[in-house]
Design a protein around this ligand. Structure first.
Ligand code: BES
Ligand code: MN
Ligand code: MN
Length: 462
């Protein structure tokens, strides 16, 4: 299939421009102010799938944002690949830290992207990666190279917990029947060393509220005599890790899968430069759980992190006040076998139990999902590896990622199909952060690699 290379070369400018148009629509699912833009993005994705040659393309309404569904069946006896992606994006703030506006894409060169990268919210997560699949399909359809059947399911609520997708999958098992699920919404080690994500962490996300006095108080008149909810919250949060950075919630580690020494040794073989890692983040040292190295801490180990904390006076100058309430948003990343609902419960019980007299504590669960691990001896993995080997010149390395795509575990449960995570982003692409970007090289290489997955998956399924 040499012609995919030349097809990409010939059409790259158009591919990039089309992606740029998609990135201009601010499809922020978390913020109702962008509701119309999210819906407009679904329409744009629908149009792109039609243009690429899908037959049945529909906007499927859900209790939340719509799901774009499409299919192209060439022969019911051939395997079916189900492509999943998301067209929603994270909120862009803090706005002032962007070098260019988040929804006005620009191409700039960086050290890791000498061919240039597109800077925009959603460039890598996930519009850029999702769109590679649309263009790969365009190539396969136009050149009569589509070797099997394909279905697309592109959702608009991934960044807020995929509630409607769960609803949709449960109701459409027949429609979504497939032999493998293919997702590009993760990363790879580097542009020289492809990797395939074999694990995702689960997630439990909660918000806590600590209430002291029934109103804000003068910090001189009342200070020292009543519990300050911000002081208390800080203390409670600090107590959630011990001196070895183990999480102190009773039962938290009960189901954590301990990897064997051999598995850990295998993991350690993946190229990783700790000095470079520290330099890229301007850190004088890394930090984390005793007994584990960085690449273990961020993949095979569970974590607990405050994502936001607020309360009291944060405006200009000084105001002497004891706030009535303090808040924090806390995420726990989980590893396989930890059940997110159980962990949410353990957290709630523990957090309530450590609240001192003088405050009231409320824990509000947000969303969550199970982790995922997949074996490397499946046809899907082997096909993906063959595809990467061909386009990158070296085999892919299996890597467990620290991120979460909760819907993947649900796919396996409901659709009884394995997911192959062919990610093309880099960890340094700043997803969820200001100046998110996606390498042009990565985008085009992805389009080149995907049709090979279809080809080898079909061949190996025979
Ligand atoms: N695409 C990411 C997840 C990801 C990124 C996994 C890189 C592995 C490598 C996805 O859009 C995401 O951000 N997921 C959320 C969870 C969701 C429930 C909000 C996350 O991981 O924080
Ligand atoms: Mn994503
Ligand atoms: Mn994301």
């Amino acid at each position: 299939m040499d012609s995919i290379k030349s097809y990409v070369q010939q059409h790259q400018e158009r591919f990039i421009n089309e992606l740029i148009e998609l990135l201009k629509i601010p499809s922020v699912s978390a913020d109702p102010a962008y509701a119309q833009d999210v819906i407009d993005t679904a329409d744009a994705v629908k149009a792109s799938l039609e243009a690429a040659g899908c037959e049945h393309v529909e906007i499927c309404d859900t209790p939340g944002y719509p799901i774009v569904y499409a299919e192209k069946t060439i022969d019911p006896n051939l395997p079916t690949v189900l492509v999943y992606g998301h067209y929603d994006v994270q909120p862009p703030d803090p706005m002032d830290l962007w070098d260019s506006p988040p929804f006005e894409p620009v191409i700039k060169k960086t050290e890791l992207h000498p061919e240039g990268a597109i800077f925009a919210r959603g460039a890598c997560d996930d519009k850029g990666q999702m769109y590679m699949h649309v263009k790969a399909l365009e190539y396969m359809v136009r050149n009569h190279e589509l070797p099997c059947n394909v279905k697309f399911m592109i959702e608009g609520e991934e960044e807020v917990g995929s509630k409607s997708l769960g609803w949709f999958v449960e109701r459409n098992q027949e429609k979504l029947k497939c032999d493998v699920i293919l997702i590009s919404d993760t990363g790879m080690i580097s542009n020289q060393q492809p990797s395939i994500t074999t694990g995702l962490r689960g997630l439990s996300y909660v918000e806590v509220e600590v209430t002291g006095p029934n109103r804000d108080l003068h910090s001189g008149l009342y200070g020292g005599a009543v519990a300050n909810p911000i002081n208390i919250l800080a203390k409670m949060i600090a107590s959630l890790h011990d001196e070895n950075n183990h999480i102190t919630i009773p039962g938290f580690y009960d189901k954590v899968e301990e990897l064997t020494a051999a598995e850990r040794a295998e993991m350690a073989k993946a190229p990783f430069d700790i000095e470079r890692y520290k330099k890229a983040l301007d850190l004088n040292d890394v930090y984390g759980e005793a007994g584990y190295v960085t690449n273990e801490r961020n993949s095979i180990r569970p974590t607990l992190d405050v994502n936001g904390i607020w309360g009291g006076y944060t405006g200009e100058g000084a105001k002497t006040v004891i706030a009535s309430k303090a808040y924090a948003k806390i995420s726990m990343r989980l590893v396989p076998h930890q059940d997110w609902e159980e962990i949410t419960q353990l957290f709630t019980q523990h957090f309530e139990s450590i609240a001192p007299a003088g405050v009231r504590v409320q824990v509000k669960p947000h969303h969550g999902g199970q982790g995922y691990v997949t074996p490397i001896d499946s046809i899907g993995y082997q096909a993906a590896n063959k595809a990467y080997t061909e386009t990158y010149g070296v085999p892919a390395i299996p890597v467990r990622s620290g991120g979460s795509i909760p819907i993947v575990a649900l796919f396996e449960k409901e659709l009884k199909a394995k997911t192959i995570l062919m990610g093309f982003g880099l960890d340094s692409d700043a997803i969820h952060s200001p100046n998110e970007h996606y390498g042009i090289f990565n985008f085009l290489k992805g389009i080149e690699t995907i049709p090979l997955f279809y080809k080898y998956f079909t061949e190996m399924s025979k």
